[in-house]
Design a binder for this molecule. Structure first.
Ligand SMILES: Nc1nc2c(ncn2[C@@H]2O[C@H](COP(=O)(O)OP(=O)(O)OP(=O)(O)O)[C@@H](O)[C@H]2O)c(=O)[nH]1
Ligand SMILES: [Mg+2]
Length: 370
């Protein structure tokens, strides 16, 4: 008997999947679906998929995929989530509904998201991974593949989220650097909201890199405290300074701390400076030893006090903006592992360079690689 089955649990994710199962499945889908390009073949071909419209008039954009042809035909319709659309799809076929198949066989689920999900560092990361588990990434790739070579915008949007995909398990690395005694460790403690690294009034206290993990606006962030960067120092400190330089080079964001009470402040060294640097003027609870300069204005310098906490929330907000300039919306596709992020970035470059075949291969491999 030919029947329909809703495979995705109700109310989850932006995408729902309805399966049409049985002898008449293919014929019924063919009658109701218009692919964006070409025509559906007479017989269902396993693992093929088409992007197009379902229903009369403009209908609704869906992806039709042939999941299996034996022992019986299963055609999946991936549609927008939400009860209204799902019911509309189900009713369109006028077939008996049988959801027993749904249990244990939610075909749209992407089991590759499960491992990162168990290691997600924040609930926000976990929510994004759950969306990918419910097929957001896979469906976005299907849809791009179905529209090649005219999917440059969609691929660009997906590629713009690779930095998020790289940081669902691994935190963003934020390094706090600057000359000795400016209050780097104090600032980290203020940011983290608790005592973690040793704070002492002696210059050169922090010799190893001490890290603190925090969740800022739901994003996992690792703050690294570094030894004060100064030119001449003892050898033990020098080792710490080398380490600090390496940390700075590998950081996603660098917070360069300066001391407002120091009449000879150290500006960020040119050879280290990068685009994702935030310059802060610490100890602003004390009288300043140097007036704000044009240079300070140009750097958009933030005034903070690690002691009173003034400006610390703004600094945290700025750190988050640098790490995640645009957050994904609920249900949006994110390439959710470093490998998938690589594939999508490479596919985007290939398509931009006009190599559609290479882009296609990379996108296809992103449906199976981990
Ligand atoms: N008044 C005032 N004092 C501060 C502030 N932040 C830090 N200090 C003091 O400045 C001194 C140095 O602070 P640290 O946090 O150890 O400085 P650091 O940059 O980590 O120093 P090194 O690890 O030695 O490079 C300590 O005596 C702190 O109490 C601040 O915002 N206001
Ligand atoms: Mg320190």
């Amino acid at each position: 008997m030919t029947r329909v089955s809703v495979l995705t649990p109700p109310g989850t994710g932006a995408i729902a999947t309805v399966a049409v199962i049985g002898k008449r499945a293919w014929g019924l889908v063919r009658e109701r679906f218009r692919p964006a390009k070409g025509e559906l073949p007479d017989a269902p071909a396993v693992h093929r998929f088409w992007y197009g419209n379902l229903g009369d008039g403009p209908g609704d954009e869906v992806i039709v995929a042939v999941r299996q042809v034996t022992p019986e035909v299963v055609v999946e319709i991936h549609c927008h989530g939400g009860r209204r659309v799902v019911n509309w799809v189900v009713e369109m076929f006028g077939l008996p509904r049988d959801d027993t198949l749904a249990v244990g066989s939610r075909q749209t689920t992407d089991s590759r998201a499960l491992d990162p999900l168990t290691r997600a560092s924040t609930t926000r990361s976990a929510a994004i991974l759950l969306d990918q588990y419910h097929g957001a990434f896979t469906l976005a790739v299907y849809s791009i593949l179905a529209n090649l070579p005219n999917a440059a915008d969609d691929l660009a949007r997906l590629a713009a989220r690779t930095h998020i995909g790289r940081h669902l398990v691994e935190p963003w690395r934020v390094v706090v650097a600057g000359p000795p005694n400016v209050g780097k460790s104090s600032l980290i403690n203020a940011l983290a909201g608790y005592q973690r690294s040793v704070v002492a009034p002696v210059a050169g206290t922090t010799r190893d890199v001490v890290t603190v993990r925090i969740a800022a606006d739901g994003w996992p962030i690792e703050l690294s405290d570094t030894a004060g960067l100064r030119e001449s120092a003892g050898s033990l400190e020098a080792a710490g300074i080398e380490l600090a330089k390496r940390e700075v080079a590998a950081a996603d964001v660098v917070v360069w701390v300066m001391d407002t009470t120091d009449p000879h402040p150290a500006w960020p060294p040119d050879h280290l400076r990068g685009p994702n640097w935030i310059v802060v003027l610490n100890k602003c609870d004390r009288p300043t030893a140097w007036p704000p300069t044009d240079l300070g204005e140009a750097w958009g310098m933030l005034r903070v006090s690690a002691t009173t906490g003034e400006g610390v929330p703004s600094l945290l907000g700025e750190i988050v903006r640098r790490c995640v300039p645009v957050a994904p919306l609920d249900g949006e596709a994110v390439p959710f592992t470093p490998t998938l992020a690589d594939r999508i970035e490479q596919a985007h470059s290939a398509l931009t360079a006009g190599n559609t075949d290479t882009a296609r291969q990379l996108l296809e491999s992103s449906l199976t690689s981990r």
